[in-house]
Design a binder for this molecule. Structure first.
Ligand code: NAD
Length: 362
């Protein structure tokens, strides 16, 4: 089997962490020929060709089976016009690839229990959930929007809007994701108040008819925000709209602890998905070999599982990460007393060593 992965290293710590991610997926998918193709994005692309998303990058991504990204941005490009900012490259590639679903796992690794913001007895129950957020609709994109003067007062407005096709496709994504996990979906809305939410609930329920092996529940968003801190262990897959998902995915991520551990995937229709850590380019530590590469390595596991349909290889990475943490290795951001401080490269190599051991390569 041959698969092509487009690498967008980007800026700051992007190239450092992506190098470790590439080493991990190469080791884990040893029975498949992975072909890597580099392309420019963000500040690096602005420096090289005055465009944060050059057309060749879009073309290479479209042709690939999956896209693997480090991070973009940095103070060097902060003064540029909005169209030339590195972040424009990231928003642009998501749009070009038609990525309508963002999947963010929130996992509390038992070895990092001390970093959890919740009470000990709550944390002990474990957190292993994924938020599936609709990415291209809702109040962020709905029209009309704007500001005008009404009755002598400045008035601003946005439109919360979803059509049934948009809800259909995100519901399918969530049920499919649940099938790869513990087979439970909680759909979050505000259907006691909002028409968009009533349509959301109806369509999600209809789509569920095709997934009788998956359990479906519904929850109002205010309750979901509370339940996430009261007892996150009750959730497997949470599916929700763009606005609610924006807030809940950050809440879920924050309670587990470190930014350096959080992976994500953005999926579209038939084209390639985009896999990236949720953190930024961390200019404050770029070039010091001290970044935590695990978020990127775990995004690599998502790439293998969801992007290339290689669940065994994905399992190998996740098991290796767990073993590396159990060995006591920590990058600076997750360092605790009694543990061993590791550089970005050393952490990545330790994960690769565990992958090799479990797959009998060495
Ligand atoms: P950031 O995520 O880059 O950094 C926030 C803090 O977390 C910093 O102290 C940083 O050192 C630390 N950190 C982040 N990732 C880490 C890792 N893997 N290991 C150890 N520590 C880590 O957010 P920021 O400082 O607000 O933004 C910096 C730049 O990144 C900005 O230009 C911003 O626009 C951009 N950004 C890009 C993305 C992306 O590419 N997806 C996301 C967010 C921010």
């Amino acid at each position: 089997m041959k698969k092509c992965i487009c690498l967008l290293a980007g800026d700051g710590i992007g190239p450092e962490v992506l190098a470790q991610g590439v080493a991990a997926i190469t080791a884990a998918a040893h029975d498949c020929e992975l072909i890597f193709e580099d392309a420019l994005i963000g500040g690096a692309a602005v420096d090289a060709c005055n465009n944060p998303l050059p057309p060749e990058t879009v073309e290479k991504c479209r042709k690939a089976d999956a896209v693997y990204l480090g991070a973009v941005g940095g103070p060097k490009w902060d003064g540029l016009s909005p169209d030339m900012r590195p972040e424009k490259g990231l928003l642009g590639i998501r749009k070009e690839l038609g990525l309508f679903a963002n999947l963010r796992p929130a996992i509390l690794w038992p070895e990092l229990g001390g970093a959890c913001l919740l009470r000990k007895e709550t944390a002990e129950k474990g957190i292993d959930l994924i938020v599936v957020r609709e990415l291209t609709g809702d109040v962020y994109f709905g029209c009309p929007r704007g500001e005008e003067t009404r009755y002598g007062r400045r008035t601003a407005f946005n439109t919360m809007i979803y059509d049934e096709d948009e809800i259909h496709r995100i519901a399918h994504t969530a049920f499919a994701a649940a099938r790869l996990r513990r087979k439970r979906v909680c759909s979050v809305d505000k259907s006691n108040v909002l028409e968009t939410s009533r349509l959301w609930r109806e369509i999600v329920t209809n789509v569920h008819a095709g997934y009788s092996d998956v359990e479906l529940s519904h929850m109002y968003v205010d309750n979901a925000a509370m339940q996430l801190v009261r007892d996150p262990s009750q959730f497997d897959v949470i599916v929700t709209g763009n606005l609610f998902g924006d807030i809940l995915s950050d809440e879920a991520a924050a309670i587990t602890g470190s930014l350096g551990m959080l992976a994500s995937a953005s999926m579209g229709g038939s084209g390639p998905g985009l896999f990236e850590p949720i953190h930024g380019s961390a200019p404050d530590i770029a070039g010091t070999d001290s970044a935590n590469p695990l978020a990127t390595i775990l995004s690599g596991a998502m790439l293998l599982r969801m992007g290339l349909d290689m669940p065994d290889a994905a399992d190998r990475i996740e098991t290796a990460v767990r073993k590396t943490l159990a060995d006591g290795l920590r990058t600076r951001d997750i360092m605790e007393q009694g543990k061993t401080l590791a550089s970005c490269a050393a952490m990545g190599q330790a994960v690769v060593n565990h992958i090799w051991k479990t797959s009998g390569q060495k």
